[in-house]
Design a protein. Structure first.
Length: 150
């Protein structure tokens, strides 16, 4: 997995469809719009995956999950774009990442992508801080409730 190379904290969180093939994530004071490939998953499948990922991160004090932001057929693709989620007690740390499919020890499971996410790292192989954002678990719970993903 290759992480994209700042930590912030706030009470807001959302991941949502903005339009066909465009999503947006909000974590604390960070907002990013991203393009979603729609050849393998339709928008509803992305939302279903996000709901599962957020439910997983809410189930345990120390766990890893991820929000897939763009995926093509894993049998033919080289990578999957995602937002790994690392829960450490009351905080969730969010990073932006690529899952390099050729580097995995096991087949990628698009229904459980978190099994292909490595452990949380805060410094890359060159010694640079990995960008991540922190949000309180309560903010994610409020988002899940508001979105009907409880």
């Amino acid at each position: 997995m290759t992480r994209i190379s700042t930590t912030s904290s706030h009470e807001s969180f959302a991941i949502e469809l903005v339009s066909a093939g465009v999503g947006r994530i909000i974590v604390a004071d960070f907002t990013e719009t991203f393009h979603m490939d729609l050849t393998f998953w339709d928008p509803e499948h992305y939302e279903k995956s996000w709901a599962s990922a957020l439910r997983r991160v809410d189930e345990a004090d120390l766990t890893t999950s991820c929000l897939v932001s763009s995926i093509t057929d894993p049998r033919a693709a080289n990578f999957v774009l995602c937002w790994p989620l690392y829960r450490v007690h009351g905080d969730i740390f969010v990073q932006n990442s690529l899952i390099i499919l050729g580097d995995l020890d096991q087949d990628f499971d698009p229904e459980r992508p978190w099994f292909s996410v490595g452990p949380r790292e805060v410094v890359d192989e060159d010694g640079h801080n990995i960008s991540e954002w922190r949000v309180d678990v309560a903010a994610v719970r409020r988002f899940r409730a508001a979105s009907g993903w409880s």
